[in-house]
Write a protein that binds this ligand. Structure first.
Ligand code: HEC
Length: 108
């Protein structure tokens, strides 16, 4: 019985992450090193990606976020990070992959 409950709750917590499109993007984020400082739904060093999605919901923030991931920066999440900056990722991560990651984050 305990095993069954555990299995059910694991499936439930995988939730939004269970489709293949996001599995690709999770792998990309892992490979790119993003999860050293971010998690989907909790703060690590940087803000949780769900919090990022929530803040920019309904706003046209994609270009701004792409440029933040490319060039790094700080000041948007000081209350969460106490001023730690987001490092620059271009050209370590290709423009196409940065766009993919930002689309993924904004859709969370
Ligand atoms: C060394 C730690 C670190 C790593 C690694 C890191 N980030 Fe960040 N990230 C941060 C911090 C800190 C902030 C908050 C910056 C601020 O206050 O403006 C942030 C903010 C962000 C934001 C929100 C930007 C904004 O202006 O609201 C996005 C999107 C983001 N990161 C995506 C990524 C992606 C994608 C990767 C991997 C390619 C990544 N981060 C890797 C630390 C990190």
């Amino acid at each position: 019985m305990k095993k069954l409950i555990l299995a059910v709750s694991l499936v439930a917590s995988a939730g939004v992450l269970s489709n293949t499109a996001s599995a690709d993007e999770i792998a990309l984020a892992k490979k790119s090193g993003c999860f050293a400082c971010h998690a989907i739904d909790k703060k690590v060093v940087g803000p949780s990606w769900k919090a990022v999605a929530e803040r920019y919901k309904g706003k046209d923030a994609k270009a701004e976020l792409i440029s933040k991931v490319k060039s790094g920066g700080k000041g948007s999440w000081t209350e969460v990070t106490r001023g730690v900056p987001m490092p620059p990722y271009s050209p370590r991560v290709s423009d196409a992959n940065i766009e993919k990651l930002v689309d993924f984050i904004l859709a969370l």
